[in-house]
Design a binder for this molecule. Structure first.
Ligand code: CO8
Length: 264
């Protein structure tokens, strides 16, 4: 069954466990203005507790752009206080994406620039069309990335590459983004959603508690010193032995059948 919710600047559908949130401002190449960021926050608050959404896909409307950045027509006349408020709105939305229990996949269907690249980098996995272009063009507009670009991109690709991308403001291709670890998969545009669905279905076959916990441990552990991170992993690992999914997963293996996970 397809459930659909239409926002002013977003579309949200759920089909077969996969929620798809589409940034829907194609005339502005899906640029993020404050209304859109507020709507993303609203949608995420619902998605977070929606048991029908097992995996969340974020994409852009049309064939040209994922998101071509924050909305320059809105930013042009902003003062510092307004800029800080916009940045906070985006940070809240992007932090919520990271803290969702569901795995999130950015389906990058075209231009993925500035705030768009920052949005994609808040997702757990990025799948890009060969035609997609990535970049942080902010310095060409006289600003620095303000939706996490200096931090998340650096954590993904390392300081040197992040500085090269940000300081040159140049666009890179999906293949180049893949080569530096900013994108996990690259496919032709007409195969993008098939690839994303394939990944989502592989995820959904696994123990839901374990998948959720794996995301949590990876993200929390990334900012910890290694000994603390490893001990944190041990605690989470031990907790999975208190779940029905662990019993079912291991019994199913021994009985040579597919596991029927309940997420408990
Ligand atoms: N904001 C507003 N409108 C946009 C944006 C944008 N980011 N990108 C494209 N558009 C609009 C264009 O103005 C145009 O509108 P119109 O048809 O009314 O003239 C329409 O979308 C189509 O765009 P183009 O005609 O430019 O299409 P092209 O194919 O010629 O070019 C590009 C495509 C290369 C993607 C080009 O549109 C472009 O360079 N866009 C801007 C990219 C950019 O600089 N993005 C970064 C913005 S800054 C940012 O994201 C910072 C985030 C953190 C800020 C924190 C501050 C608080």
């Amino acid at each position: 069954m397809l459930i659909m919710k239409e926002y002013q600047n977003l579309l949200f559908t759920v089909e077969d466990g996969i929620g798809t949130l589409t940034i829907n401002r194609p005339k502005s190449l899906n640029a993020l203005n404050s209304d859109t960021l507020a709507e993303i926050g609203e949608a995420l608050a619902e998605i977070k507790t929606d048991p029908t959404v097992k995996v969340l896909v974020i994409t852009g409307s049309g064939q040209k752009a994922f998101v071509a950045g924050a909305d320059i027509s809105q930013m042009v006349s902003m003062n510092s206080i307004e800029a800080a408020a916009l940045s906070e709105l985006a940070h809240n939305a992007f932090r919520t994406i990271e803290s969702l229990p569901q795995i999130t996949i950015a389906a990058v269907n075209g231009y993925c620039l500035g705030g768009g690249f920052e949005l994609a980098n808040s997702c757990d996995i990025r799948v890009a069309a060969t035609s997609a272009k990535f970049g942080q063009p902010e310095v060409g507009l006289g600003i620095v990335p303000g939706f996490g670009g200096t931090q998340r991109l650096t954590r993904l690709v390392g300081r040197g590459k992040a500085k090269e991308i940000i300081a040159t403001g140049s666009q890179i291709t999906a293949k180049e983004a893949h080569a530096i670890g900013a994108v996990e998969e690259v496919v032709e545009l007409d195969q993008l959603m098939d690839k994303v669905n394939e990944i989502a279905h592989k995820i959904m076959k696994n123990g839901p508690v374990a998948v959720r916990m794996a995301k949590y441990v990876i993200d929390q552990g990334a900012d910890l010193e290694l000994n603390t991170a490893i001990s944190f992993e041990t605690q989470m690992w031990a907790q999975t032995f208190a779940t029905k999914d662990q019993t079912e997963g291991m019994q199913a293996f021994l009985e040579k059948r597919h596991a029927k996970f309940t997420g408990e």
